[in-house]
Ligand binder design. Structure first.
Ligand SMILES: [Zn+2]
Ligand SMILES: [Zn+2]
Length: 322
């Protein structure tokens, strides 16, 4: 099998493990407390074969563990691990993005409540050093101690062609986000655009992707309103792809994923491939997800989902597994 080298990136490493639509959907369900095979089958609309395959995969990368339940121990349930619980920041920023750009009745009914202050909140990603909300244009990058190149299989794990229409509406909290970032190349292109890349050739230089696939993904991202196409040359006509407000707003999800990848997806003892600087304060950037009501840093076991204003709310299953 042919191998090739790409710039080491914690986002890439994280996407290698969970950046597939079905994996993201399954993890979302488990966060929500849906954790038996049959429940997941009904909730995701996935085929049995694909579900079994992704559950095996998520166990192999230590993001789920299987345990017989208490009721006679016949039914197997899938639980979050220490590693996957820490995807909680990503899940919260995914909900925030989805709410900002898509209004649905189901989504409007879901209330996030912070147990520590007792109030409903919106998750916000802030710089630990200065407390400012992190925006993509305020972050710069330097090579970290683990800046190297990763060897990857040219044969990328086959991705499903799931589209957002296939996802049962149910309680899906961030299916539009999954539809965009759950495709490997699409997610890679967005991540590169956060580094200032805008042109087809620049993306192609960084990614081992066929030109027709890259064109297809760029077209998709324009249709989805993540990029706007702006001509930078008339003859021959050439476009660059600039992030829209909707595209820039995906940054907190990617930053949370990068931090998770730094911690959980590296074998490299030397350290992070990349150092992030928060230009607003000049310090190394550590993003943390905070409660908009009290400003406290959110921990998975302190977040409650409620359905509607009168609901007593329930703690996320992440609390039970923690
Ligand atoms: Zn700062
Ligand atoms: Zn709070």
């Amino acid at each position: 099998m042919s191998k090739l080298l790409t710039r080491a990136s914690s986002i890439n490493r994280a996407l290698d493990q969970i950046g597939d639509k079905w994996c993201l959907l399954i993890l979302q369900e488990v966060f929500w407390g849906i954790n038996s095979f049959n429940e997941m089958l009904a909730a995701t609309g996935v085929s049995k074969g694909v579900l079994a395959d992704r559950l095996r995969w998520l166990q192999a990368v230590d993001c789920l563990h299987k345990k017989a339940d208490g009721d006679g121990g016949k039914r197997m349930r899938y639980h979050l691990t220490r590693k996957s619980i820490e995807l909680y920041d990503c899940a919260l920023m995914a909900v925030a993005w989805e709410r900002q750009f898509f209004r649905t009745e189901e989504l409007d009914q879901v209330i996030l409540r912070h147990r520590k202050c007792g109030r409903p909140f919106q998750p916000r990603l802030r710089c630990r050093a200065c407390g400012d909300e992190v925006r993509v244009q305020d972050v710069s990058y330097k090579p970290g101690p683990g800046a190297t190149r990763d060897e990857r299989d040219k044969k990328v794990r086959r991705r499903s062609s799931l589209s957002v229409q296939d996802v049962p509406s149910g309680r899906s909290l961030y299916k539009n986000l999954i539809n965009i970032v759950g495709d490997r190349w699409t997610a890679n292109v967005i991540a590169l655009s956060f580094h200032g890349l805008t042109r087809f050739d620049q993306f192609h230089q960084e990614l081992p992707v066929a030109t027709n696939i890259l064109s297809d993904r760029l077209r998709f991202l324009v249709e989805e309103g993540v990029f706007r196409q702006v001509a930078y040359r008339q003859r021959p006509l050439r476009h660059e792809y600039q992030l829209t407000q909707k595209g820039q707003a995906l940054y907190p999800w990617f930053l949370a994923l990068l931090q998770w990848g730094d911690k959980w997806c590296s074998q490299d003892k030397r350290g992070k491939p990349m150092r992030l600087i928060h230009d607003a304060c000049g310090k190394s950037l550590v993003g943390q997800v905070e409660c908009s009501a009290c400003g406290g840093v959110l921990k998975a076991h302190e977040v409650e989902f409620g359905l509607g204003a009168d609901s007593p709310g329930r703690t996320s299953p992440a609390a039970a597994s923690a």
